[in-house]
Design a protein around this ligand. Structure first.
Ligand code: 2AM
Ligand code: CA
Length: 263
């Protein structure tokens, strides 16, 4: 079976999980913190991850699942078919805003991205990409990106990186912001990557993303010609937390060379 044949199944379980999440607004959630006081998780994140694991294993027990909430297997390599799953990307938005969160899934075969999904649950918009066959939003093809200049760009980033911080020199970031048209910050990495793939934003920069935040979006972005890399311009790394940029091909190199000074 070719991996593209897994697409209808992936789509069906993502839509079903989205329906369950929308339903959960009528229940009382359990909210806990993880690594720090702003790192939140709910029973819905965990239940959604378990839902995916159960469905995927029923479909094909050889598929491996690497999920944010750690309820899949311990994965020590990307050999074989690996599903990288974030059941809710933007948990703080889920809890506080009841919108602006997504299900993010990437299906990799021997480390190569084959199927990527970002499902905006409250807008019922499914962004997906199939390796070599294009990217879509609710079945409408996304257009290849045309190169843009920095002067015309909107860039997604968290305002924290424009204040003195431990990870990046903030002064060049101020210069970057003065040069572009504007900034946005939505608080869900996968939705921000999808926005770049659609041309609603021209880049998204983050200093700390995990594999599940980018695994789905990176495949969608590649299909429209957006460029993804670490902020050191290395290939993205799906094993550890790292810096990340996705950008329109007209501005990717210029941002990294002229404005990113990592500490
Ligand atoms: P999450 O909701 O799945 O944790 C918020 O700026 C975006 O960054 C979200 O996509 C959030 O994903 C992600 N993120 C990942 N690791 C993070 C961290 N250590 N601190 C803040 N946001 C993080
Ligand atoms: Ca998450």
């Amino acid at each position: 079976m070719g991996i593209a044949e897994v697409h209808p199944f992936a789509k069906s379980i993502i839509m079903e999980a989205g329906e369950r999440i929308r339903h959960s607004f009528s229940e009382k959630w359990k909210i806990e913190t993880k690594a720090d006081a702003n790192d939140l998780v709910t029973n819905i994140d965990r239940e959604t991850e378990l839902f995916f694991i159960k469905k995927i294993k029923e479909f094909d027990a050889s598929f491996k699942i690497f999920g944010e909430e750690g309820m899949g297997e311990k994965i020590d390599s990307l050999d074989g078919v690996v599903w990288i799953v974030d059941p809710i990307d933007g948990t703080m938005n889920f809890i506080r805003q009841h919108r602006n969160f997504a299900i993010s899934i990437g299906v990799y075969v021997d480390g190569i991205g084959k199927l990527g999904y970002v499902y905006d649950v409250m807008r019922n918009q499914l962004y997906y990409g199939i390796d070599g066959r294009g990217a879509f939003m609710n079945e409408v093809p996304l257009k290849p990106l045309k190169p843009i200049s920095l002067e015309k760009s909107i860039i997604g980033m968290n305002a924290i990186w424009v204040t003195p911080n431990k990870k990046i020199e903030h002064e060049p970031m101020i210069d970057l912001i003065r040069r572009i048209r504007g900034t946005r910050s939505y608080g869900s990495a996968s939705l921000e990557i999808a926005s770049v793939a659609c041309g609603r934003m021209d880049a998204y920069i983050s200093l700390r993303l995990s594999p599940w935040d980018i695994a789905g979006g990176a495949i969608i972005a590649k299909e429209v010609g957006a460029i993804t890399s670490s902020l050191k311009n290395e290939l993205i790394n799906l094993s550890n937390q790292d810096t990340f940029i996705v950008a329109n091909p007209g501005i990717h190199q210029e941002i990294i060379e002229n404005y990113i000074k990592l500490k």
